[in-house]
Design a protein around this ligand. Structure first.
Ligand code: PLP
Length: 968
C-alpha cells in the first residue's frame, strides 16, 4: 500500500485562497513563462521597487476555511444584542420584502454590477434607478431627483452647496434650524468649515429673518413636530434665498409635499423603504430639486435618451457636472454612491405602490396617535402635530429607560430628560401596549382607543397631490409579477456573475458568497446606529479587528470607517491634514499638489477641504514629474499643505521616486496623501505608511471585496499615521450641541461607523485569505495584468510600463494610433466588446482615447484568454478596416453593439454580414449576451434632459415629456 496523503496537504484544498484566486498553480506557471519570470516572487521583485518593498510577511493569521471563518464571525455577531428600536432620529424599522432581500440584496446579478457608464449593458439597473428618481420626484413634489446620495447628512451638506451655487442672494450665511437631526448639523458644520460658508443655527422662525443665501429645515423635525413652512419659504424667496428641507418619505404620503409649499431642494434618507438599520448604513440618501438647478446638482443622474435605432434608452446624463471632467470645479466629489440601496428602496415603492405606502404610513400614524393618548392619560406631556415620533416630557426618564431595558426596548434619550419614541412599519399592537406600560399607561382595548383618538397630523397641511401614478408602481404587486420584473431587469445587464469586468482602477474582483452571508444576519442588520454601547460589543470587536488588520496591511496606525466612499475618505484625510496644520499654528497652509493623472475625486475633494489645487505634470513615460513637484513645493513653500498621489500610479506603474517625493513634500512642511484605490497592487508587498506617506483612503469596495452594487455602496476608510489620528472624524453627538473650536474634525457622514453593516465583507475576506493568501492575491493580480499586456502587445501597445517593461496590476492599451489610421476609437472597441459579451475596460481614463484593463487576481486563465481572444478578433476587424476589407463607416465596430432585433430583422442593410455582427467568434453560439438597446446617443440625452419613468404610450417615439434642448 502506498503512503496516504498527509492531513496537511488534504486540508490545503479546503482553503478559500484557491477559490478566490482564479489561476491554479499550473496556470500560474504557464503565465509566468509568457511573462518571462521564474516565480511570482521573482516577478514581484522585477515590478516593485526595492526601496518600498516590505521585508517581512504581514503579521496576520494564516488562511481560514469558509466554515471556520463563518463560525468565528458568528461568535462576534452574537455579542451584539438586538432590542426593539424606537430611537428614530432618521433611522426607522422596516420590513425588507423577502422577494427583494433574496433577489436583489442577495443576488450577484445586482450586487456585482458596476456603475452604469456603459449604458447598453446597464439598462436594467438604470430602469430601477429611474424608478427611484421618479418615486422621489413624486413624493417630494419636486421636478428632478438624482440616483442617490450617500446619506441624509451628506445630502443636506450637498443641498447647502447646491443652494450656494444657485441662489440669487449674495449672503455667505446658510441658516439651519436647530431642529434638524444632530448628525445632520454635525456634518453641515464639517462641510461649511471646509468651504468657508458661515453656518447659523437657530429657531425655525429665525429662518425667515436672518439674512442668508439658503435655509435648511426638517419636516417633520427631529422632535417629531410637523411645521407649516409656507411663510418661511416666502420670506426666504423674497430675499433671493433657497429653501432646502430634509423630509421623511413615508410622512410625505400623508402630509403636503415640500414642492406644494415652496421648497427648492428636498433631501433625506430612503432607509425606511426596505433597507435595514445596519448600525448606520449603507442606505441611499436622496436629493430632489427644481429643474432649474439640474446642471448644478451633485452626484449621478439617470436620464432618458435614444439608441441608434431611435428607441428610448437610459444613460447617465449631464456627466459634465462630475469630477471626471470638471475636477476641482465639479458640483461635488461623489463618485461611488448607494446604488444597490437605491434600487432596493425604489423596488419597495414598486412592491407596495402608492396605496400600500399610504396604508403603512396611516397605520404608523394611528399607532402613534393612540400611544400619545395613552401617554397623556398616564400623565406624560406630549405635543401635537406629529407623524410617527413623540417627544415626551414630564416623566422620570431614568425610570422609563430602566423599564425599557428590562423589556428589551430602546428609546431616544435627550440630555434635558425628554424621551423620543419613533414608531414605524414594524410596530405592532403589542409594541404600543408595551411602550405605554413603560410610562405607567395601559392600553386594554386598542380598537376602542382607535375609535376615539383623532389623527394628530396638522390640519392645514394635507397631502394635495397624487404620487406614484406611473404604471410601474401599480402593476407588480403580486410576488410573481415583481419577481419576474426584477429578473427581467437583471437579465438586461452584464454583471460579474456573467463576465469579467476588467475596469482599470475599479478592481472588480470576486465578491465571494461566504463574505456576503453575515451582512443579513439580524445581529448585524437590525442594530440602530445609536443603540447603547453594551448592545454593540460585537460590532466594536469586528471594527477594531478590521482596523488592526488594515493598519498592519497599510503601515498606518489608526483607521476611521466613517467615510462611505473613497471620495469621502479623501475628504476626511485632507481635513485631518488641515486640522493638524492648524494645531501647529500653520493654518495658512492651503495648497494641495495633485498630478495631472489623478482621479477626478482628488481635486474635487481638495476643493471641498478648502484647499487650492495646484496641478503637477507627468513625463513622457507617464511618471509624475519629480522636478515639477520639487519646483512647486519650493514655490509654494509655507503655503504647501499636501500632495495627493496615487500609488501605483493611475498610469499603472510603480514609480521609482515615491520615497523622494515624500521627502520633498515633508521638507517643505507638507503632508503626503496617498490615494489607496490601487491597494490591490500593494497588499502584502509594500505599505504606504512605511515609505513616508501620512494618510490614505482605502476603497473596501475595490481591494477588500465589498461588491460594487452597480455604483455603490462603498466604504472609504481613512487610514493615518499616529500624528494625524487625533484628527480623524468624530463620533455622532448625542444632542448636536458640542461642536466647539477645539482642533477636532467633525463628522463626515451621518453615522459614527459609516456603512458599518458591510464591514463584515472585508473582515471575512482578510480572515479567509490570511497573510499568505493576501500576498499571493496581489502577486497574481500583477501576473494577470502583465499576462494580458504581454499577449496583447502585438495588437495593442501598452502605453506605459515601469521597471523591466512590466506593468503593475493594470495596463493602459493605447488605441489612439488606430483611431488616427482608421477612425475606430476606444469607444468603438468598448461597444464592440459588448457583442462578445464583455464589459469594457475603463474608457479614456486616465488618458483619453485609451482602454485601461485591470483583470484582478480572481479571473482565471480561461477568462483572461476569452477576453484576449475577443480583443484580438476586434483587432482583426480594425485591420480589415485598415486594409479596406471593411468599410470605414459601415463596419461592425462603428455599429456595435448589435441587438437581437437588428440581427433578426427581415432587412439587413449593412455592408458586413449579420453573422459577423453577432457571432464574431464561434464560442458565442454556445453562450450569447444580447444587449437590449443599440448604441445609446449621448448628445441627445444631454440636450434633452429627462429623468423620470418613460410615460407609457410614448415608447415608440421620443418621450413626449422631453423638455426643450439645453445648451451643454
Ligand atoms: C475609485 C477611485 C476613487 C474614488 O473612490 P469612490 O469610492 O468611487 O469615491 C479615487 N481615486 C481612484 C484612483 C479611484 O480609482
Amino acid at each position: 500500500m502506498s503512503k496516504p496523503a498527509s492531513l496537511r496537504s488534504l486540508e490545503h484544498h479546503d482553503a478559500f485562497v484557491s477559490r478566490h484566486i482564479g489561476p491554479n498553480d499550473a496556470e500560474v506557471a504557464h503565465m509566468l513563462r509568457v511573462v518571462g519570470h521564474e516565480s511570482l516572487d521573482a516577478m514581484t521583485d522585477a515590478i516593485v521597487p526595492g526601496s518600498i518593498r516590505s521585508g517581512t510577511a504581514l503579521d496576520l493569521p494564516p488562511p481560514m476555511s469558509e466554515v471556520d471563518a463563518l463560525a468565528k464571525i458568528r461568535g462576534i455577531a452574537k455579542r451584539n444584542t438586538v432590542f426593539r428600536s424606537f430611537i428614530g432620529q432618521g433611522y426607522y424599522g422596516t420590513h425588507v420584502p423577502n422577494v427583494i432581500l433574496r433577489n436583489i440584496l442577495e443576488n450577484p446579478a445586482w450586487y456585482t454590477a458596476y456603475t452604469p457608464y456603459q449604458a447598453e449593458i446597464s439598462q436594467g439597473r438604470m430602469e430601477a434607478l429611474i424608478n427611484f428618481q421618479t418615486m422621489l420626484v413624486d413624493l417630494t413634489g419636486m421636478e428632478i431627483a438624482s440616483a442617490s446620495l450617500l446619506d441624509e447628512a451628506t445630502a443636506a451638506a450637498e443641498a447647502m452647496t447646491l443652494a450656494k451655487r444657485s441662489a440669487k442672494s449674495k449672503s455667505n450665511v446658510f441658516f439651519v434650524s436647530k431642529n434638524v437631526h444632530p448628525q445632520t448639523l454635525e456634518v453641515l458644520r464639517t462641510r461649511a468649515d471646509g468651504l468657508g460658508i458661515e453656518l447659523q443655527v437657530g429657531d425655525d422662525a429665525d429662518a425667515a429673518t436672518v439674512d442668508s443665501y439658503g435655509v435648511l429645515m426638517q419636516y417633520p423635525d427631529t422632535f417629531g413636530r410637523i411645521h407649516d413652512y409656507r411663510a418661511v419659504a416666502g420670506a426666504v424667496h423674497a430675499r433671493g434665498g433657497v429653501v432646502a428641507v430634509a423630509a421623511d418619505l413615508l410622512a410625505l404620503t400623508l402630509i403636503a409635499a415640500p414642492g406644494e409649499w415652496g421648497a427648492d431642494i428636498v433631501v433625506g434618507n430612503t432607509q425606511r423603504f426596505g433597507v435595514p438599520f445596519g448600525f448606520g448604513g449603507p442606505h441611499a440618501g436622496y436629493m430632489a430639486c427644481r429643474d432649474a438647478f439640474k446642471r448644478q446638482m451633485p452626484g449621478r443622474l439617470i436620464g432618458v435618451s435614444v439608441d441608434a435605432e431611435g428607441n428610448p434608452a437610459y444613460r447617465l446624463t449631464l456627466q459634465t457636472r462630475e469630477q471626471h471632467i470638471r475636477r476641482e470645479k465639479a458640483t461635488s466629489n461623489i463618485c461611488t454612491a448607494q446604488v444597490l440601496l437605491a434600487v432596493m428602496a425604489g423596488m419597495y415603492a414598486v412592491y407596495h405602490g402608492p396605496e400600500g405606502l399610504a396604508r403603512i404610513a396611516r397605520r404608523v400614524h394611528r399607532f402613534t396617535a393612540i400611544l400619545a393618548d395613552a401617554l397623556r392619560k398616564a400623565g406624560a406631556s406630549v405635543g401635537g402635530d406629529f407623524f410617527d415620533t413623540l417627544h415626551v416630557t414630564g416623566v422620570d426618564a431614568a425610570a422609563v429607560h430602566a423599564r425599557a431595558r428590562e423589556a428589551r426596548i430602546n428609546l431616544r434619550h435627550f440630555d434635558d430628560g425628554a424621551i423620543g419614541i419613533s414608531l414605524d412599519e414594524t410596530t405592532t399592537r403589542e409594541d404600543v401596549a408595551a411602550l405605554a406600560a413603560l410610562f405607567g399607561g395601559s392600553i386594554d382595548d386598542i380598537d376602542a382607543l382607535d375609535a376615539t383618538t383623532p389623527d394628530a397630523l396638522p390640519a392645514g397641511l394635507p397631502r394635495g397631490t397624487p404620487f406614484l401614478t406611473h404604471p410601474v408602481f401599480n402593476t407588480h404587486h403580486s410576488e410573481h409579477e415583481l419577481l419576474r420584473y426584477m429578473r427581467a431587469l437583471a437579465d438586461k445587464d452584464l454583471a460579474m456573475d456573467r463576465t469579467m469586468i476588467p475596469l482599470g482602477s475599479c478592481t472588480m474582483k470576486l465578491n465571494a458568497t461566504a463574505e456576503m452571508i453575515p451582512i443579513t444576519w439580524p445581529e448585524f442588520s437590525q442594530i440602530h446606529p445609536l443603540a447603547p454601547a453594551d448592545q454593540t460589543e460585537g460590532y466594536v470587536e469586528l471594527i477594531d479587528g478590521l482596523e488592526a488588520m488594515l493598519a498592519e496591511i497599510t503601515g498606518y496606525d489608526a483607521v476611521s470607517f466613517q467615510p462611505n466612499s473613497g471620495a469621502q475618505g479623501e475628504f476626511a484625510g485632507l481635513l485631518a491634514i488641515r486640522a493638524w496644520h492648524r494645531s501647529r499654528g500653520e493654518g495658512h497652509r492651503d495648497v494641495c499638489l495633485i498630478p495631472e493623472s489623478a482621479h477626478g475625486t482628488n481635486p474635487a475633494s481638495a476643493q471641498m477641504a478648502g484647499m487650492t489645487v495646484v496641478v503637477t505634470r507627468c513625463d513622457a513615460n507617464g511618471n509624475v514629474d519629480v522636478e515639477d513637484i520639487r519646483l512647486k513645493a519650493e514655490k509654494y513653500g509655507d503655503r504647501l499643505a499636501a500632495i495627493m498621489i496615487t500609488y501605483p500610479s493611475t498610469h499603472g506603474v510603480f514609480e521609482e521616486d515615491v520615497v523622494e517625493i515624500c521627502e520633498i513634500v515633508h521638507a517643505h512642511g507638507g503632508q503626503v496623501y496617498t490615494d489607496g484605490a490601487n491597494m490591490n497592487a500593494l497588499v502584502g508587498v509594500a505599505k504606504p505608511g512605511t515609505w513616508g506617506s501620512d494618510v490614505s483612503h482605502l476603497n473596501l469596495h475595490k481591494t477588500f471585496c465589498i461588491p460594487h452594487g452597480g455604483g455603490g455602496p462603498g466604504v472609504g476608510p481613512c487610514a493615518v499615521k499616529s500624528h494625524l489620528a487625533p484628527f480623524l472624524p468624530s463620533a455622532v453627538p448625542a444632542t448636536g450641541d458640542e461642536a466647539g473650536d477645539a482642533p477636532r474634525v467633525g463628522m463626515v457622514s451621518a453615522a459614527t461607523y459609516g456603512s458599518a453593516s458591510i464591514l463584515p465583507i472585508s473582515w471575512m475576506y482578510i480572515t479567509l485569505m490570511g497573510a499568505e493568501g493576501l500576498r499571493r492575491a496581489t502577486q497574481v493580480a500583477l501576473l494577470n495584468a502583465n499576462y494580458i499586456a504581454r499577449r496583447l502587445e502585438p495588437h495593442y501597445p501598452t502605453l506605459y510600463t515601469g521597471r523591466n517593461g512590466l506593468v503593475a496590476h493594470e495596463c493602459i492599451l493605447d488605441l489612439r494610433p488606430l483611431k488616427d489610421a482608421t477612425g475606430i476609437g476606444a469607444e468603438d472597441v468598448a461597444k464592440r466588446l459588448i457583442d462578445f459579451g464583455f464589459h469594457a475596460p475603463t474608457l479614456s481614463f486616465p488618458v483619453s482615447g485609451t482602454l485601461m484593463v485591470e483583470p484582478t487576481e480572481s479571473e482565471s486563465l480561461h477568462e483572461l484568454d476569452r477576453f484576449i481572444d475577443a480583443m484580438i478578433q476586434i483587432r482583426e476587424e480594425i485591420r480589415a478596416v485598415e486594409d479596406g476589407r471593411l468599410d470605414r463607416e459601415d463596419n461592425p465596430l462603428k455599429h456595435a453593439p448589435h441587438t437581437a432585433a437588428q440581427a433578426s430583422a427581415s432587412e439587413w442593410s449593412h455592408a458586413y454580414p449579420r453573422e459577423l455582427a453577432v457571432f464574431p467568434l464561434p464560442s458565442l453560439r454556445q453562450q450569447k449576451y444580447w444587449p437590449p438597446v443599440a448604441r445609446v446617443d449621448n448628445v441627445h440625452g444631454d440636450k434633452n434632459v429627462f429623468c423620470s419613468c418613460i410615460p407609457i404610450g410614448s415608447a415608440e417615439d421620443e418621450p413626449e415629456a422631453f423638455s426643450e434642448p439645453d445648451v451643454v
